[in-house]
Design a binder for this molecule. Structure first.
Ligand SMILES: NC(=O)c1ccc[n+]([C@@H]2O[C@H](COP(=O)([O-])OP(=O)(O)OC[C@H]3O[C@@H](n4cnc5c(N)ncnc54)[C@H](OP(=O)(O)O)[C@@H]3O)[C@@H](O)[C@H]2O)c1
Length: 296
């Protein structure tokens, strides 16, 4: 499969977003066996990036649910997992009554990263992403906290998520040039609004991971070819799904893009993974970009 870089890591150009197996908009969860089979299908297809988070869980008292699934799937897969990058996230809190919050303090992030490392069964987390800005804190101070965790050896590389161009620049400044590995923002035909951040990442050699790259759970991802017909038309011409065309189009926007399509079923990720090797023509690319209103 085509590969891309995230900081020092080389990963498959298409990753697996593991969230829907533990948290999704239509609140339909696969059985544990189906979830493990879905992660195995990703690995079988050559996917070497799995995105998870401590908060991906059906309810507040099951924090770590998704990380544990990922760990168990890696342990029970027959192949070599040495080259698989597990990216997790911290900084969002869930507490009794399913109350959501944010916490970017050093104490909280250290505890969260330690718990995630334990859940994943690793000594150090390869890619730790700050999930969402804690608006009660100065962004640069949170970045300094992540730098401390890196210096302590708890996390190997730092990524950020749901970040503006200004926040990306603060992270670059505090972490030091070349030390911000990735930015994970929502980006899809339905939500092309973070294209500016994508371009900014390309300009600075930072991996850009579109989240909900197909339009999300709850029907957005499944129905992307109905809502945006251009992807279905091009898919029909190539004999592939509209989802593959969406992901191939996102890949063709920039060499720093690494989409992480979510899946609950093995068939979804097996299909999505093939987008890495789908070659769109220049005309296909332009048609998609024009339909979504994105300049190259
Ligand atoms: N950083 C953040 O704040 C944030 C927020 C949201 C999500 N994320 C990350 O982004 C990842 C992906 O987002 P997402 O799961 O919300 O949305 P998504 O990837 O846009 O869409 C997932 C949905 O599309 C369906 N699907 C996927 N591939 C398909 C294919 N080839 N053919 C037909 N249907 C297909 C899935 O179906 P099935 O479920 O039936 O398999 C699922 O319902 C998450 O897993 C998570 O890791 C991050």
């Amino acid at each position: 499969m085509q590969v891309r870089k995230i900081g020092p890591f080389t990963v498959s150009a298409i990753g697996l977003g593991a969230m829907p197996m533990s948290m999704n908009e239509d609140q339909r969860y696969p059985s544990r066996d189906e979830a493990i089979a879905t992660i195995h299908a990703a690995l079988d297809a050559g996917v070497t990036l799995i995105d998870t988070a401590d908060v991906y869980a059906p309810s507040w008292h099951e924090m770590g649910h998704n990380e544990l699934l990922v760990r168990d799937a890696l342990r029970t897969w027959g192949g070599d997992t040495a080259g698989v990058l597990i990216a997790t996230k911290g900084g969002i809190t869930r507490s009794e009554g399913n109350r959501w919050g944010r916490d970017g303090s050093l104490e909280y992030l250290r505890h969260a990263a330690q718990t995630s490392a334990q859940n994943l069964g690793v000594e150090a987390i390869d890619l730790y992403q700050y999930h969402r800005p804690d608006r009660g804190m100065v962004y640069g101070e949170v970045m300094a906290n992540l730098k401390t965790l890196q210096a302590e050896g708890l996390i190997r590389t730092v990524g950020i998520s749901n970040a503006s161009v200004e926040e990306i620049d603060i992270a670059r400044d505090v972490l030091g040039e070349g030390n911000l590995a990735s930015v994970q923002n929502e980006f899809s035909p339905k939500h092309p609004g973070s294209y500016g951040e994508l371009v900014h990442c390309e300009n600075h050699g930072i991996a850009f991971l579109p989240w909900s790259p197909l339009g999300g759970t709850g029907g957005g991802g499944r129905g992307v070819g109905d809502r945006f017909e251009v992807f279905r038309e091009i898919g029909d011409a190539h004999g592939v799904s509209p989802q593959q065309v969406v992901l191939a189009w996102e890949l063709s926007l920039s060499p720093v893009v690494v989409p992480i399509p979510g899946a609950r079923r093995p068939a979804s990720i097996a299909d999505s993974a093939q987008a890495a090797d789908l070659r769109l023509t220049e005309e296909d690319h332009t048609r998609c970009s024009d339909a979504i209103g994105i300049g190259r």
